[in-house]
Ligand binder design. Structure first.
Ligand code: PLP
Length: 425
């Protein structure tokens, strides 16, 4: 009997490059056939062969309340029955903008878009338009979507002018992007001393979740804030992943830093395409038609997507939501560490809010270079051992994991039982 997953993958590859609409889904890093999913509920997914999985990807972050939450589905159905799109203003957009500004106080004005990539692309243009400067600083291993100027990461080590890390990005574009090592305060200081007056902005994942999970070292975010303020550069926190997840107010609330601009995505769409960028009023007023920085979108603020986002934020805001999901995530991480220790496997793990990182190395990494030291082969074997046992982790050693509010002790215990067998084998 051939598996439906296999035959679907074969069919997909004929018409879709690598059979997928986003690269990491193709399982190239871990090998094998990706499951094709048919439905989801709470913490679970079902693939085309009817197999059930406990989901630790959560659509790469958005599904923080769990899959097909009745309140979110109901809000989407009601909105869809009223209208699919107007391309004109609606009251629900104001509600979502108000909710964002209330939950993330550094955001005084906000504009909605349809993806995280659109949000960062627009925010970068705004930082440049506001300052009249060109240079953007980013950190190696941070991902900010696939816009040209941010698709730059460069070889590890010292501060370098950017080389594009994708074909099709003109070197002249990449040359305006400077790449530093995450958590390296000395590099930040040195760069600002040298080029401070030319820097439009610094973009950072305040908790890095696209090179596995790397936490900001004490003082790192503070030094970014200080240098940007001193040199008139815009500090941009990319909270597309961390927003409403690392804390209700995002990483900026957790670490007590007020950025000038913030980008959001993932959770604010609750599984539908919504992104946002916002921040200081003075900067946001430079956006067209108030100001000279152009930005637009046919489906921006789409009423169905906004309904999903609003319903999700309402749940995320409930009392004890964040503390409960954080405790669940910690119990997963603590359990995995204990199982690895019993099996004498070199392993470490950590969590922040409902994000977690697993590392086949003795201690959690604090830099991109340390992330690269993790044992990738071991991760791949662990990944497949868990997948076989119905636990769905991200198919790459360089991605953070996500827990939802629908995950409870039953799912954690089942995951730890699977991990016990995986570590043992
Ligand atoms: C996912 C992600 C993006 C890109 O968002 P898309 O909706 O995939 O375009 C940008 N920044 C960060 C930090 C992300 O995690």
């Amino acid at each position: 009997m051939t598996s439906r997953n296999d035959s679907l993958f074969e069919r997909a590859r004929k018409r879709i490059p690598a059979g997928v609409n986003s690269p990491v889904r193709a399982f190239r890093a871990v090998g094998g056939t990706p499951p094709f999913f048919e439905r989801a509920s709470g913490p679970h997914l079902w693939d085309a062969d009817g197999k059930r999985y406990i989901d630790y990807i959560g659509s790469w972050g958005p599904m923080v309340v769990g899959h097909t939450h009745p309140k979110v589905v109901e809000a989407v159905q009601a909105a869809a029955a009223r209208a699919l799109s107007f391309g004109a203003p609606t009251e629900s957009e104001i509600e979502l903008a108000e909710a964002i500004c209330r939950l993330v106080p550094s955001v005084e004005m906000v504009r909605l878009v349809s993806s995280g990539t659109e949000a960062t692309m627009s925010a970068i243009r705004l930082a440049r338009g506001y300052t009249g400067r060109s240079l953007i600083v980013k950190f190696e291993g941070c991902y900010h979507g696939h816009t040209d100027s941010l698709l730059v990461k460069v070889g590890s080590g010292a501060l370098t002018f950017g080389n594009p890390s994708s074909a099709g990005v003109p070197p002249e574009t990449a040359a305006h992007t400077l790449v530093l090592d995450y958590n390296d305060i000395v590099q930040v200081e040195t760069l600002f001393k040298d080029k401070g007056s030319q820097i439009a902005g610094v973009i950072v994942e305040p908790v890095a979740g696209n090179m596995n999970l790397v936490l900001p070292r004490p003082g790192f975010l503070e030094s970014l804030r200080e240098n940007c303020s001193r040199h008139g550069a815009v500090l941009l926190f990319d909270e597309v992943m961390t927003g409403f997840r690392v804390a209700l107010g995002g990483a900026q609330a957790r670490y007590g830093i007020r950025p000038d601009l913030t980008t959001l995505g993932k959770v604010i769409g609750g599984g539908l395409p919504v992104g946002a960028f916002g921040g200081r009023r003075e900067i946001m007023e430079k956006i067209a038609p108030l100001g000279p920085v152009y930005q637009a979108g046919t489906l921006s603020g789409n009423p169905v997507a906004v309904a999903a986002g609003l319903a999700t934020l309402k749940l995320v805001e409930e009392k004890d939501f964040q503390s409960t999901i954080e405790a669940t995530t910690r119990s997963l991480v603590d359990g995995l560490i204990a199982e690895a220790k019993k099996a004498q496997v070199v392993f470490s793990a950590q969590s922040v809010g409902s994000m977690f990182g697993l590392y086949f190395r003795a201690s959690p990494p604090t830099s991109f270079a340390e992330v690269l030291q993790c044992d990738k082969d071991r991760f791949n074997r662990f990944f497949h051992a868990l997948l076989e046992r119905g636990v769905y982790l991200a198919p790459s050693a360089y991605e953070a994991g996500f827990v939802s509010a629908a995950h409870g002790p039953t799912e954690i215990d089942a995951t730890l039982a699977a991990a016990r067998e995986a570590f043992g084998s």
